[in-house]
Design a protein around this ligand. Structure first.
Ligand code: TXA
Ligand code: MG
Length: 348
């Protein structure tokens, strides 16, 4: 179902009001493209998470993304493109390894960081000399990008510091009327954000584990690719408490989850356990099953964190998936969700 929201008084930077007349006469993709052309914000489904999309070359629209997300201007945005051929329109000195990765994994859940072209504004790059590029695979995102023709800047469509949205409903919950148009593409098939690989300074480094397994990157590049462990950088997803539900999160390896949950319950806390179906969970504790495979866990993770919050649990005991494939991204997000919520760190 497609709904039109009007941007308005709540938007401090620029407004956009798609008129109702269009609803009857255009298909959802055409409306989304028109809203982007007019400088509006569109919630765009991608296979990873929903993005809050704007014309990458419209300065006012970009500023509005930051205002709506309540995101500090120093945190750069990913530019989404329709085809790998557009790489050199946005990036300079594109190395062979970047082209090889684009050929192998685009469209898909991989973002590549490269030196930026002059057309990438400082608002997008957060004042840095690089740009992050991605070609998403969701059919609606592809149609919008192809029809729009230009680059589309889009962070995840959640308020800064909250869990990313994996359905149109999540976007509406978080951003309400501050987004001009929500393009509903159903539930996201990957469920965690893209893997970000930095190729702007020689050897590849993963800045954020995500929807593309690092093993796949390494196979194509023919060498190992380290994950940068740096909590002070420009990647907000890398700040300690970024992906935070309201409930406290306790991590547990599978063999320790039962006793941890039992102990918290005995202390009088309302406990939810996220576990694979075969796991044993104490009585009096609510269980939320995730598929046993890491990709299935990734697909369900954010939806479950939101649901558990909505149902008022105080603590989540999350059983960690194995450390391979998408398990790495899930463990990363859970670890950040479990980190102390410190406003001075990330403003969430
Ligand atoms: O799957 C995804 O990547 C989703 C969908 C919508 O494409 N987008 C997403 O955007 O997760 P966002 O803004 O929530 O996270 C993008 C991350 C941020 O942590 C940002 O700091 C980092 O990418 N980033 C963007 N440009 C960068 C750059 N030039 N250098 C290093 N990191 C960059
Ligand atoms: Mg985000």
């Amino acid at each position: 179902m497609v709904k039109i929201f009007t941007g308005g008084a709540a938007c401090p930077v620029g407004t956009h009001m798609p008129n109702d007349r269009r609803m009857g006469e255009s298909d959802p993709v055409s409306i989304a493209v028109e809203v982007l052309r007019e400088g509006g914000l569109v919630a765009l489904p991608t296979e990873t998470v929903y993005g809050l999309a704007a014309d990458a070359e419209n300065e006012l629209a970009i500023r509005r993304i930051f205002a709506v997300k309540r995101r500090p201007a120093s945190h750069p945005l990913i530019v989404h493109i329709a085809a790998a051929e557009a790489l050199s329109a946005w990036a300079r000195n594109v190395p062979a390894e970047a082209r090889a990765l684009a050929r192998a994994f685009w469209p898909g859940p991989l973002t590549i960081v490269l030196p930026k072209q002059a057309r990438v504004s400082h608002a997008i790059s957060g004042g840095q000399e690089t740009v992050a590029l991605r070609m998403p695979a969701h059919p609606l995102a592809r149609k919008v990008l192809e029809a729009f023709g230009g680059g589309v800047a889009a962070p995840s469509a959640n308020r800064f510091g909250r869990v990313s949205p994996t359905s149109a409903e999540h976007v509406r919950e978080d951003l309400g009327e501050e987004v001009d148009y929500v393009l509903d593409g159903g539930a996201c098939s990957v469920g965690v954000e893209s893997t970000i690989v930095d190729l702007s300074r020689g050897d590849p480094v993963v800045l954020r584990p995500g929807g593309l397994p690092i093993e796949d990157l390494e196979r194509v590049l023919g060498r190992s690719v380290p994950v940068r462990d740096d909590t002070t950088v420009r990647v907000p997803g890398q700040l300690a408490s970024h992906y935070a539900p309201r409930a406290g999160v306790v991590l547990a390896e599978p063999d320790a989850a039962f006793s941890r949950a039992e102990q918290l319950r005995a202390e009088g806390q309302r406990v939810a356990v996220i576990a694979a179906p075969e796991a044993h969970v104490p009585q009096g504790v609510s269980r939320f099953d995730v598929p046993g495979d890491p990709a299935g866990f990734a697909r369900e993770l954010y939806r479950l964190l939101r649901e558990i919050d909505a149902r008022g649990f105080e603590v989540i005991v999350a059983m960690l998936p194995p450390e391979h494939g998408l398990g790495l991204a899930v463990r990363d997000r859970l670890r950040r969700a479990a980190a102390p919520k410190d406003d001075s760190v990330d403003g969430s």
